[in-house]
Design a binder for this molecule. Structure first.
Ligand code: BES
Ligand code: ZN
Length: 650
């Protein structure tokens, strides 16, 4: 496809319309703003088949039934589209969707073809090309696709009752980011093609359905179909399609405050409510720092432990792993992070996966600012120190010149690989550095302005840098030089002006680590118990790589590591134990890996076992044979690589 770099204005004119009086039933008089499509080179997304400047989707209306027996969703997607003058077809993304037919809004059949999958890039799926016939011109038109998700739909994880806390009912959740929603929704699945949406979902009783949209009220029972209920949702803000999300299970709701609440299985709800007791304060902190919260509600759902991520920022319904619950709110940086995406990522969104840092790096920075406001300076500085250390380690490992250490990632990088320290941690350190140089007040005002002026729009690295230059730096040449903006975003390694963390932040853990390294002295049990979870992590992260059985036994006896209620701490213990072939920890590691599917824990534990060779490889293979089926496709893909798993007959 010919893709030319336009000079400004790079916004396609026909897209900047306000569409009123929608034809979709139920939306009444609501107004939907159609977001622009960027056409600059940086905005180009190589992981979509869509050609949005010719014809684009503006709104998706889903009417789907959840089929737990067949493990599929089935129904229709009605797409509102806009086609440029002369366009004859619209191209959508699919990955394994089973298409029954396509019609226009009046039920007249439209011709369509399902193209070949890109042989070089299987995760991209295949294009669905629909012939528009009469449906051209700037007027909104509709196409209706009758379809079902395919058997391997990677976005959807269908859980057996045994994988839930209650053990009695099945559960399903979706994970759209990065390019997985094309396995259950036929639309243009690219972060730069924002869409509003609504959904009508039929599910069997007693399951409750939640989505990343506002609920339209209590579910209704279906006439003539006993045991089925219909749930309706709407998202009137345009969002990147990866943010459409669904979960259904035996869940209940606990209110946390006027804007917020949490869904969880009944067995988890009390612990969830307790852990999330600071939510309203976190939201207020975000608003104080970076402006209006534009999504209405902020609810969360605690998913079963098979969820492959710590959290996912689905609008109005953050998805969370239960493994963050520690009893003392010490892992609530995760909540601050997903909430922070309400500004960076969900409001302003990277147009291309190559600008991962615009979502994740900016969010990690805001996460830290919210943490500081709610949990204090020490905790925030400690978490910043952990980020900085992870960046330094990643750069040491990859090499200062490694292209993977640039914040704007190289072309061809898988959208699933835009999650490393070069994006999260380098992004945080970059923005902290800028904040430190220009001053907090100026910086906050600038960032608030950035969100305001690009609300509900796609963005690129060069747009952010241009905005910084226009609104923060002006003609101050000295400041321009001091900031080293281009080196941060496009360069590799860590620029010379990086703001180092305060060495005092981990005075306790670092002194203890030095004492341990010098003569094996361990921190005493009482003071360890008083440390922050971050200090405990710091100590464990600075332990020598190689530890003998006696050392591991002493560490565990004194510090009670295997009994830690904080899964981040427990994970570091298990990783150290597996890395050093420590037999007594094997049963606990096996139990953990059989229960938890969070990639951040699972992949490194398998890597640690595998890395020991003869000790760990047979154990890892045997264990993986039993746990693999319970993992999400993302975690599975990563562990498959670590253990060289060859699927039988796949
Ligand atoms: N949006 C990410 C998860 C993601 C990124 C999924 C890229 C697919 C592709 C989410 O907000 C995230 O960053 N989660 C982290 C949270 C942590 C950094 C606090 C996680 O799951 O560990
Ligand atoms: Zn994130």
């Amino acid at each position: 496809m010919a893709f030319t770099a336009f000079s400004r204005p790079a916004i396609v004119a026909f897209a900047a319309l306000v569409i009123t009086g929608c034809t979709v039933e139920g939306l009444g008089e609501s107004e939907r703003v159609v977001a622009p499509i960027l056409t600059t080179e940086q905005a180009f997304d190589e992981f979509t088949y869509a050609r949005p400047t010719e014809a684009r989707v503006t709104h998706v209306a889903l009417d789907l039934a959840l089929d737990f027996e067949a493990m599929k969703v089935e129904g229709t997607a009605t797409l509102d589209i806009q086609a440029a003058e002369g366009a004859t077809e619209i191209v959508l993304d699919s990955n394994g969707l089973v298409i029954g037919g396509v019609t226009d809004g009046n039920g007249n059949a439209l011709d369509f073809t399902i193209g070949e999958a890109d042989a070089e890039n299987a995760e991209k799926g295949e294009p669905i090309t629909v012939q528009l016939g009469e449906l051209t011109g700037p007027e909104l038109q509709q196409i209706v696709i009758t379809y079902a998700s395919g058997p391997e739909a990677a976005a959807l994880q269908w859980l057996d009752p045994e994988q839930t806390e209650g053990g009695e009912h099945p559960f399903v959740f979706s994970q759209g980011q990065a390019i997985l929603n094309r396995t259950w929704i036929p639309t243009q699945d690219s972060p730069g093609i924002r869409q509003t949406w609504e959904a009508r979902i039929t599910a069997p009783e007693p399951l409750t359905v939640v989505m990343s949209g506002i609920s339209r009220g209590d579910p209704e029972t279906v006439d003539g179909a006993e045991g089925l209920r219909v749930f309706e949702f709407v998202m009137d803000n345009s969002v990147p399609p990866y943010l459409v999300a669904i979960a259904a299970g035996n869940i209940e709701f606990a209110e946390l405050g006027p804007r917020s609440g949490v869904w969880a299985e009944p067995e988890m709800i009390a612990a969830a409510e307790q852990e999330l007791g600071d939510t309203e304060e976190l939201i207020d902190a975000g608003i104080d720092l970076f402006g209006e919260y534009r999504w209405g509600r902020y609810d969360m759902i605690i998913l079963p432990p098979a969820f492959p991520y710590g959290g996912m920022e689905n609008p109005v319904m953050t998805f969370l792993t239960p493994t963050f619950i520690a009893g003392d709110r010490s892992n609530n940086g995760l909540v601050a992070h997903e909430l922070a995406h309400s500004w960076s990522g969900n409001l302003t969104t990277y147009a291309s996966w190559r600008d991962g840092w615009l979502n994740e790096g900016v969010t990690s920075y805001i996460e830290n600012r919210i943490t500081e406001a709610v949990y204090g300076e020490l905790r925030a500085e400690q978490e910043y120190t952990l980020s900085y250390a992870s960046l330094v380690e990643a750069v040491e490992e990859a090499g200062t010149d490694a292209p993977t250490t640039a914040m704007r990632t190289p072309a061809g990088t898988s959208p699933f690989d835009t999650v490393g320290p070069a994006i999260y941690d380098k992004g945080t350190v970059f923005l902290r550095t800028v904040e430190n140089i220009v001053g907090r007040e100026e910086f906050d005002a600038w960032l608030t302005q950035w969100f305001d002026s690009h609300a509900f729009q796609p963005v690129t690295s060069e747009m952010l840098l241009a905005d910084m230059r226009a609104n923060l730096i002006g003609d101050n040449a000295e400041l321009e030089e001091a900031l080293m903006l281009d080196e941060w975003v496009y360069g590799t390694g860590i620029p010379a002006n990086a703001l180092a963390p305060d060495p005092e932040a981990f005075a306790d853990a670092d002194a203890a680590a030095a004492a341990y390294a010098a003569d094996g002295t361990l921190p005493d049990t009482d003071s360890w118990g008083e440390w922050t979870a971050a200090s405990q992590r710091r100590f464990l992260e600075t332990l020598p790589d190689e530890l003998g059985d006696e050392q591991l036994a002493a560490l565990n006896d004194t510090l009670g590591l295997s009994e830690s209620g904080n899964n981040e701490v427990l994970f570091l213990w298990l990783e150290a134990a597996m890395r050093n072939s420590y037999d007594p920890a094997v049963p606990q590691a096996e139990e953990f890996l059989a229960r938890v599917g969070r990639n951040k824990f699972v992949a490194p534990l398998f890597r640690a076992m595998w890395g020991t060779g003869a000790w760990g490889q047979p154990k890892a293979s045997a264990l993986y044979a039993t746990t693999r089926g319970g993992y999400h496709s993302y975690t599975r893909g990563n562990v498959d690589e670590i253990v060289g798993y060859q699927a039988q007959g796949e």
